[in-house]
Structure formats: structure tokens, C-alpha cells
Design a protein around this ligand. Structure first.
Ligand SMILES: Cc1cc2nc3c(=O)[nH]c(=O)nc-3n(C[C@H](O)[C@H](O)[C@H](O)COP(=O)(O)OP(=O)(O)OC[C@H]3O[C@@H](n4cnc5c(N)ncnc54)[C@H](O)[C@@H]3O)c2cc1C
Length: 380
């Protein structure tokens, strides 16, 4: 059995620690703040689990990930996903092409006309797209993940298998020490381990230069761009809103997603609303440390206008707003690869949450040398 340090306790780090500890390895998780903290990407109560991807590789990956989520829910005894179903619409989303991929992968779905979909979900105005009416795809297996609960469940299971989770432990550098590694904090604290897994989210660009990775590996990494994204919560007109599905709408180059916002933001009377954001509608920043927490007023106007045009079931005035971090690669593929006992995992690009427990398995396989990550995640 090996010894591992996992840097970062977001969804990726928690899932990796859970899988490594479950295999009998000695695992220490070092987290600069607290698990699933609000400065990273895995905080709050709401991420979409949807199967709609234009690439069959990812559709299959969601099917596999769902089985891992079911296993995690069973093991932890917690409900981590609420079923909502999901709608895909807009010519840019190509609902018919997604339906063909669902057919191949055995994902239950219905392809509806915009008129039929409007009757069923009157809170939406379908079919008024600039790019024409391309119908609406419904898949009932989609849902909303509670990322904070998932992180804490996976860390609890990791601890039960002997993992140690250190909070307030910012890793400043990793160096080689004999056949293994020494992980250093700026205040002189240190940890030794044979292998190191870096799951540092939006802090990765700032940490890469302090890792003992060969120049050739660093040069082959895809460029990693951190985005400070904007998200808004809108009230339901009818007050309730439990039946709202998640959705992805792409038209005229604008990709918008929405989901029941859960406990992330509540109205003064305790009711919650729909969380809506433009995918990659934020601004690029150097690294997580450069985050401002400021909403872009132009983005707020774009989204409010969008809600007014497309979602008549919502009051077009956000009652809460927030920023958060995407850590993007140009292709939106994840990075999971390493060399010499240091594995770098950057499974974000704004869509990594739904795969978390499966990614933990894939990262643990790659880090332990049992199996390399799937080809799209490997560094050339
Ligand atoms: C607003 C928003 C909406 C999203 N929506 C969806 C969605 O609907 N569906 C979906 O599938 N995905 C979604 N995602 C993406 C998903 O949430 C991310 O893929 C996932 O949270 C990434 O997790 P992570 O562990 O890689 O990063 P993080 O959660 O950021 O974790 C990294 C951790 O590392 C710690 N850390 C960093 N540097 C150090 C250091 N030097 N030493 C110690 N610790 C360190 C940080 O404090 C942090 O806790 C969304 C993301 C955001 C932000």
C-alpha cells in the first residue's frame, strides 16, 4: 500500500481521497481553507447532473458516473441528488442530435415540439429563438447534485478508511525527497508521502511552478484558464417552483443554464428560486487568488433580459447573485495525468461536478498506476 497527499478538498480531492483510502492506501488531504469552501468551485447546494453532451464519450461517462453516485448514496446513507429532469433547447444545442446520442446510450428521453413543451412547462417560452425552432429534448433522469453534502460524505467515508483531513493547510510547494515527496507550507509545516495528487481547482495555475514536474509535462499541459463566473437567483412567479426542471439553452451563441437553486439563496420568507447563469459568461482571471467577488453589470443585464424574454414563469429581477470559479481547458476536457508520482487533476471546465465520484476512481487509478485516465484527459 502507498502513502498519498491529496492537495485540495473540493469534489475532486474528496472523491480521490475516498477511493484511495478505500483501497487501503494511507491518505492525507491538505486543504488551504475548509472542504468545499465558497472561494472554490464545489460549494453550495446545486449543480446539474445531466446526460446531454454532443460527444458520446461524455454521455457514456455520465451513465457510469450515475452508477457511482448511486453507490455513494447507498454507502453514505445520504441523498445527494434530487431528481428534476432536464430540458435542452435552442438550435445551438441541437436537441435532435442529443436525442440520437441518448438513443445509443439508452438514456430515456422525449423529443417534443416547442408547442407541446410550452404546454407542459408553461414557465418557459420555447421556440422563439433567433436561430429558429429546433424543438425541446426532455430527459427525466437528470437532477441536481448537492456538492457540499457530496464532499462531506466522501470525506467522511475516506476518514472511516483511515484518511486524515487537514484544514487550514495551504501547500506552498512540493519537492522530491528520496523515492517520495515532501509537501511544504510557507510556515514550515511539512508532510511526506510517496505520491501526491493535486486537485487544487482554480489555484492550479498558481501552484504548477511549485511542483516537481518536468518541463516537457508542463509544456504539454493544455492552457488552463480560470474564469470568474456570475450566477443569479430569480423568484418563481407562482411562489412554489418545485416542479421546475434544470435546463440548458443555446441560441445565437449564448449558452444559458438554470436549476432549482436549493439552499444557496433564499428569499426573506424562506422560499428559494431558480439559479441561472451564462456558461462562460464571466471574465478570465490569472488564478483563484485574483477573484474579486464582483458581478459584471453587463452580464446581469444580459441574464435579466434573457429571463424576461424566455422564462415568463420567473420574476425578472434577481434576489441574489454570486460569482464562482470555472477552471477551463480549451476543449473543456478534464486533465488527469502525471509523472514521477505527482498527478495533476483539473476536472472542471464548468461541468465536472456530475462526474465527481467516478473522477475519484479515475484519478485514484491514474495516481496509483493501476490504469491511466481515459485518453481525452491525458496530457499529450
Ligand atoms: C457556479 C458553478 C456552477 C457549476 N455548475 C455545474 C453543473 O451544473 N454541473 C456540473 O457537472 N458541474 C458544474 N460546475 C463545475 C463543478 O462544480 C466543478 O467541476 C468542481 O466543483 C471542481 O472541483 P475541484 O475539486 O476540481 O475544485 P474546487 O472545488 O475549487 O477545489 C479545489 C480545492 O483546493 C483547495 N486548494 C487550492 N490550492 C490549495 C493549496 N495550495 N493547498 C491546499 N489546498 C488548496 C481549495 O481551497 C479548494 O477547496 C460548476 C461550477 C461552478 C463554479
Amino acid at each position: 500500500m502507498g502513502t498519498y497527499v491529496v492537495i485540495g478538498a473540493g469534489l475532486a480531492g474528496a472523491a480521490t481521497a475516498w477511493h484511495l483510502a478505500g483501497r487501503g492506501h494511507e491518505v492525507t488531504v491538505l486543504e488551504r481553507s475548509v472542504p468545499a469552501n465558497g472561494e472554490g468551485s464545489s460549494h453550495g447546494s446545486a449543480r446539474i447532473l445531466r446526460y446531454g453532451y454532443p460527444d458520446p464519450f461524455y454521455v457514456r461517462l455520465v451513465v457510469e458516473a450515475r452508477a457511482e453516485w448511486d453507490g455513494l448514496e447507498r454507502l453514505s446513507g445520504e441523498r445527494l441528488i434530487s431528481g428534476t429532469g432536464s430540458l435542452d433547447f435552442g438550435a445551438g444545442r441541437d436537441p435532435a442530435a442529443l436525442a440520437a446520442l441518448f438513443e445509443e446510450a439508452g438514456v430515456e428521453h422525449e423529443l417534443l415540439t416547442s408547442a407541446d413543451a410550452t404546454e407542459r412547462w408553461p414557465g418557459f417560452r420555447f421556440g422563439s429563438d433567433v436561430d429558429g425552432d429546433s424543438g425541446v429534448l426532455w430527459h427525466p433522469a437528470a437532477g441536481v447534485i448537492d456538492p457540499e453534502a457530496a464532499v462531506s460524505a466522501m470525506l467522511r467515508l475516506a476518514r472511516a478508511d483511515g484518511a486524515r483531513v487537514e484544514t487550514g493547510w495551504p501547500v506552498a510547494a512540493v519537492e522530491r525527497a528520496g523515492a517520495g515527496h515532501r509537501v511544504l507550507a510557507a510556515d514550515g509545516r511539512r508532510e511526506e508521502a510517496e505520491k501526491v495528487v493535486v486537485t487544487a481547482g482554480g489555484w492550479l495555475p498558481g501552484l504548477l511552478g511549485a511542483l516537481p514536474l518536468p518541463r516537457a509535462f508542463l509544456d504539454a499541459l493544455p492552457p488552463i484558464q480560470v474564469m470568474e463566473e456570475n450566477a443569479y437567483h430569480f423568484p418563481y412567479r407562482d411562489g412554489a417552483g418545485e416542479a421546475w426542471p434544470t435546463f440548458i439553452h443555446k441560441d445565437a451563441g449564448m449558452l444559458v443554464y438554470g436549476l432549482p437553486g436549493g439552499r444557496d439563496a433564499a428569499l426573506p420568507d424562506g422560499r428559494t428560486g431558480l439559479k441561472i447563469a451564462e456558461y462562460n459568461g464571466g471574465r478570465p482571471i490569472r488564478s483563484a487568488a485574483a477573484r474579486t467577488g464582483r458581478i459584471d453589470p453587463a452580464n446581469r443585464r444580459r441574464i435579466t433580459g434573457y429571463v424576461r424574454r424566455t422564462l415568463p414563469g420567473l420574476v425578472p429581477e434577481p434576489y441574489a447573485e454570486t460569482t464562482c470559479l470555472f477552471t477551463n481547458t480549451p476543449t473543456e476536457d478534464f486533465v488527469i495525468d502525471g509523472v514521477g508520482g505527482v498527478t495533476v487533476a483539473s476536472p472542471c471546465s464548468g461541468h465536472g461536478a456530475k462526474f465527481a465520484p467516478l473522477l475519484g476512481r479515475i484519478i485514484a487509478d491514474a495516481a496509483s498506476g493501476e490504469r491511466p485516465a481515459p485518453e481525452p484527459f491525458r496530457v499529450a
